[in-house]
Design a protein around this ligand. Structure first.
Ligand SMILES: [Fe+2]
Ligand SMILES: [Fe+2]
Length: 537
């Protein structure tokens, strides 16, 4: 036999042997599957993290429904994590982004305060953490007996976890400061018994004049399928813009609000996007669906402490500011607007923050509930009208250039406005297209919006499944008196409509302009340009 005859012959023998082996192992495979379930049944819940335990329960339920499928169960068993292991790990912008980074994570109840270790560079190898560049000890607070899941989460059916189950946690928060501007660091959180995966971040440059961020609104999921949609959106966004400096969200991270809400939804929010939270700092505000006396939002994020916020808010943590490069960001919440003294305190705080940073090029406010909006569902909401009457004049007087909003799950470019009216001569370069009563009501695309004399109010639809429909002009016209805005429809100066698909925006900030590019995201994660406009002054 030549060499060229030996190789195929050997291959044939090997393949036959493999087939015989696979065939003869099948009964053993079934036996293995049975023993997998036995192994799972013998596990003790409080030895493992809550998220990994829920995954195991789900896998066990799936296996009972389909005993042929043991792969998921084997996977869940191999992914069980010890009870001390951190989860829901997130980096938050907190204070000066050139020098500070804040970290928040959960562990199961009763765990001692952990710490964050930071090393220079982006390799983050285990041995480098033995001598960390910086270590900060976390504060730990016990989050006791909060609701874990509601009926809509479907965990009773998919995991045998009863609706209304309650669980307890430890919430850890830590902050590192004295970092070097424009430097890449690796980090991990936890303690010597269990460390998180390694994450990475880059501090803002000393005199940064250009940066960009991803802006998403209302991922707001209830079921596993809905969480799949919103994580597809965020992953598509960072795949397209891997160099974005941070991630800004305008609230409604999850769906179940109130006293009987769902920590499982928060768990899903983090678990489905954990890879991103280990790479991009997150800055966000409270949405009405996030609002709960259980304070899930407060416990999951580390933001600067603003006294009146902690005095008034149901779930504080939304009122803060930071300066990134040439831009002042004001994070706001109107959720507790009806509490005596709340809006007054907020207005006073905003004025003080704006006065503190007179030299910034841009002032961007971001918050959940729209001051101006145009959907059938929310345009005439009472709280929106109250907040608009109080805050639109304040935005005018503080010279807020851009407002990034949430809540209304629709795409709308509004303004620039002053005194509740479009500023004459402030819009150029808009392309006229054939109007569509759902996707493009105004028949407008793109544009250049000069915000030197007014504020541009923008909402980029929503990152999740839930959508609202545009309100027709005739309805807006007939409701003008109640809305308190004459000619409301004329405020929609750019594209206004509903794609029906999840969306995200990339916001690029330079000295001369802000460029906002919005994409719709398909089920398979592919994206399509929806609108692109510029803000100048
Ligand atoms: Fe909302
Ligand atoms: Fe929402």
């Amino acid at each position: 036999m030549t060499r060229y005859q030996i190789i195929p012959a050997l291959l044939s023998v090997f393949l036959q042997a493999s087939l015989v082996s696979a065939y003869s192992q099948e009964p053993e495979g079934n036996r293995n599957a049975g023993s997998l379930l036995k192994t799972a049944n013998e596990k003790i819940e409080n030895e493992y993290t809550i998220p990994s335990w829920t995954q195991l329960k789900k896998a066990m339920t799936a296996f009972r429904n389909n005993p042929d499928d043991s792969v998921i169960l084997a996977g869940a068993l191999s992914k069980l994590k010890p009870a001390t292991m951190p989860y829901c790990v997130v980096m938050n912008l907190n204070g000066d982004p050139r020098r500070n980074m804040a970290f928040t994570w959960f562990t199961n109840e009763g765990n001692p305060a952990g710490k964050v270790q930071v090393v220079k560079g982006n390799t983050g190898r285990e041995k480098e953490f033995r001598k960390p560049f910086l270590t900060a000890t976390a504060t730990a607070s016990q989050v006791t007996d909060i609701p874990y899941c509601i009926k809509g989460n479907d965990l009773e059916k998919t995991a045998g976890i009863p609706d209304g189950t309650r669980k307890s946690y430890t919430a850890h928060k830590a902050m590192v400061s004295n970092l070097k501007p424009g430097t890449t660091y690796s980090f991990r959180v936890g303690n010597d018994s269990a460390w998180s995966s390694t994450g990475f971040f880059r501090t803002a440059d000393r005199n940064v004049k250009e940066f960009s961020f991803i802006y998403t609104a209302d991922p707001q999921a209830t079921t596993e399928a809905d969480f799949h949609i919103s994580q597809t959106t965020s992953h598509a966004a960072f795949r397209e813009y891997p160099d974005a400096n941070f991630w800004l969200c305008t609230g409604d991270h999850i769906n179940a609000s109130g006293e009987n809400n769902s920590e499982w939804e928060w768990e899903q929010f983090f678990e489905t996007q954990q890879d991103l939270f280990l790479k991009y700092p997150f800055t966000s505000v409270l949405g009405n669906h996030d609002k709960s006396p259980n304070r899930n939002f407060t416990n999951h994020f580390s933001t600067p402490f603003t006294p009146f916020d902690h005095q008034f808010s149901t779930s504080p943590g939304s009122i803060y500011s930071f300066v990134y490069g040439n831009t002042l960001f004001l994070a706001l919440s109107f959720e507790d607007y009806s509490k005596e003294g709340y809006l007054e305190s907020l207005a006073k705080w905003m004025r003080k923050e704006v006065e503190k940073y007179p030299d910034v090029t841009w002032k961007i406010a971001f918050y959940h509930k729209n001051i101006y909006t145009g959907s059938v569902s929310h345009q005439d909401d009472n709280d929106g009208i109250v907040v608009r009457n109080r805050f639109a004049p304040l935005f005018d007087s503080l010279g807020i250039h851009l407002a990034l909003q949430g809540h209304d799950h629709i795409y709308e470019v509004i303004g620039p406005l002053k005194d509740k009216k479009p500023v004459p001569g402030s819009v150029s370069g808009v392309i006229d297209v054939t109007p569509d009563k759902r996707e493009n009501v105004t028949g407008k695309l793109n544009g250049v919006f000069d915000v030197s004399r007014g504020t541009l109010y923008f909402l980029n639809n929503s990152a999740g499944k839930k959508k609202y429909e545009p309100r027709p002009k005739e309805e807006m016209d007939s409701d003008e008196e109640r809305l308190g805005v004459p000619g409301y429809y004329s405020l929609f100066t750019g594209r206004f409509g509903q794609t029906g698909r999840p969306t995200f925006s990339n916001v690029k900030v330079t000295e001369k302009k802000i460029i906002i590019t919005t994409f719709e995201v398909f089920d398979d994660g592919n994206i399509k340009l929806f609108d692109r406009f510029e803000v100048v002054k």
